[in-house]
Design a protein around this ligand. Structure first.
Ligand code: ADP
Length: 477
């Protein structure tokens, strides 16, 4: 059963140990991107929201990220009372981008993030903040648990500190040539297959997975999937070994930012009690995108990076075959791989009246699509958690997703959305057809919309689970 569905209030005890008052836990949250300081993707949103949710649960939280140029313009505070450590080194971080330019990654990324990890530990000592938990995220902070167990292992300051490591997308691992390993300042013995060596290269993420106390990823299904050869990106063996310490905690959605009742960027605000106003959004969106204005024709939308992970092949195949002939309108907003841009441009040139394709990043149009569409498509090949379906649920826009990762954990077929299993255009179209069939029954569709809007994927529930896990780590001496 999905705990976030309505009418199932999860009962989560504060597990931070009996001698520890609720929230007494001291946490350093460590990430290479944090909203509003620096962002390239979803990690930044999580790192902007989760520390605040942990603080609301009573934890004493500090956040560390590299002192990028973009980060320095902000006050080093978050939430009610979260201090933000910007780890400074202008040689490494005073640059326009976080990881590289359009011509490739910065060549000194290993040095930059090894510095970030080690300097973060030194900064904690300098500030006198001794965390119970260091919560690391993705490969850029993966050397922290490695340093703690090696270079810092005799340092009493960190005697009781435990590391929780969260994988946001296993495909990004921080892999560098062997001859760069010395720059980590780690004993060269660690370049072995049980530690950081990975097919003759240095893999920083692997170090994080081997040396952390607990590993989490951003949905329970993805936590299972990454233990298989198919989704393990070469690290499935390492993850299987750590199986009992690996779990999935679904990401939350910040409902202050994503709420159709408070969204100033959409045409007309609406909620579950004035659902009719959603159709004002639909008609205005049709108008803006030059689609025939008709509130009765089903409107299917997608907002996505154009990357193969997102199932773009399935969409292109459907657009080349059946989709334009159906009695529906389809709206796509996306940007990414050039090859998909070309293929989608070709489809645009055919001038279908019921298809609108916008190839750019547009945060405002994205909101109008979430608000104005009847259905939202996410045919991902893999999806660690996924934000789009959580947003669309809140906006009463029924998600149609592939049963993988976080989509499988948040969409329940025929209860708040539609799921299909096999990664094929035919299966995707069958799920769309099932949705179209139900759409014909207005009463049933309305009740599906209400169920979707009542789902609760707030950060509160996820933060409670992290606090519970921290407690479990701290119970050990
Ligand atoms: P990922 O982080 O893997 O790209 P998610 O579903 O977790 O996928 O989050 C993607 C977020 O980025 C969603 O909020 C989506 O609306 C937004 N987004 C993606 N592409 C665009 C775009 N072209 N314009 C506006 N917003 C976009």
């Amino acid at each position: 059963m999905n705990p976030a569905l309505p009418n199932t209030t999860p009962c989560i005890k504060d597990m931070c140990g009996s001698n520890r008052k609720k929230g007494g836990v001291k946490v350093l949250f460590c990430s290479s991107e944090v909203v509003p300081f620096a962002k390239t993707g979803g990690l930044a949103d999580v790192s902007g929201a989760l520390p605040q949710a942990l603080e609301k649960e009573g934890a004493e939280v500090k956040v560390a990220l590299p002192g990028y140029r973009s980060a320095k313009a902000h006050s080093p505070k978050m939430g009610k009372d979260i201090e933000v450590y910007l780890v400074q080194n202008d040689k490494y971080f005073d640059r326009k981008e976080l990881y590289g330019t359009s011509s490739g990654d910065y060549p000194d990324n290993l040095e930059r993030f090894a510095f970030f990890c080690k300097q973060t530990l030194l900064l904690l000592k300098e500030k006198g903040f001794c965390p119970d938990i260091i919560h690391c995220n993705d490969w850029q902070s993966a050397l922290i648990p490695v340093y703690l167990k090696t270079n810092f292992k005799d340092d009493d300051f960190f005697k009781k500190t435990k590391v929780i490591f969260t994988i946001h997308n296993l495909a990004y691992q921080g892999v560098f040539p062997q001859d760069e390993f010395a720059k980590t300042d780690l004993d060269k013995q660690l370049f072995n297959m049980h530690a950081l060596e990975f097919y003759g290269k240095a893999n920083l993420l692997k170090g994080g997975l081997v040396f952390s106390r607990f590993i989490t990823t951003v949905s329970p299904t993805y936590a299972q999937q990454i233990q298989s050869v198919k989704f393990g990106c070469g690290l499935d063996g390492v993850l299987r070994k750590r199986k009992k310490d690996l779990s999935g905690i679904i990401n939350g959605l910040d409902y202050h930012i994503w709420d159709p009742q408070q969204d100033n960027k959409i045409f007309q605000k609406y909620g579950r009690d004035d659902l009719g106003d959603k159709y004002i959004n639909k008609e205005k969106l049709q108008q803006e995108l030059n689609l025939p204005v008709d509130r009765n024709i089903p409107l299917l939308g997608i907002v996505t990076r154009l990357a193969s992970q997102k199932g773009i092949e399935l969409i292109i195949s459907a657009l080349n075959k059946k989709m334009p002939k159906l009695n529906l309108q389809f709206v796509l907003l996306g940007t990414g791989d050039e090859k998909y841009h070309h293929q989608l441009e070709k489809i645009m040139q055919r001038g279908y009246k019921n298809i609108s394709i916008s190839l750019r990043f547009d945060a405002v149009l994205a909101r109008k699509i979430y608000a104005g569409c009847d259905m939202f498509l996410m045919p991902s090949y893999y999806e660690p958690c996924g934000l789009g379906q959580l947003i669309s649920l809140k906006y009463g826009t029924i998600p149609i997703g592939r049963k993988t990762g976080g989509l499988a954990d948040t969409i329940i077929d025929a209860q708040n959305g539609f799921l299909f299993e096999k990664y094929s255009p035919g299966e995707m179209m069958r799920a769309i057809m099932r949705a179209l069939k139900l759409y014909e029954n207005r009463e049933k569709w309305r009740s599906l919309m209400l169920k979707a809007m009542d789902c609760d994927f707030s950060w509160e529930a996820s933060a409670k689970k992290y606090i519970e896990l921290y407690g479990q780590a701290l119970k050990e001496v």
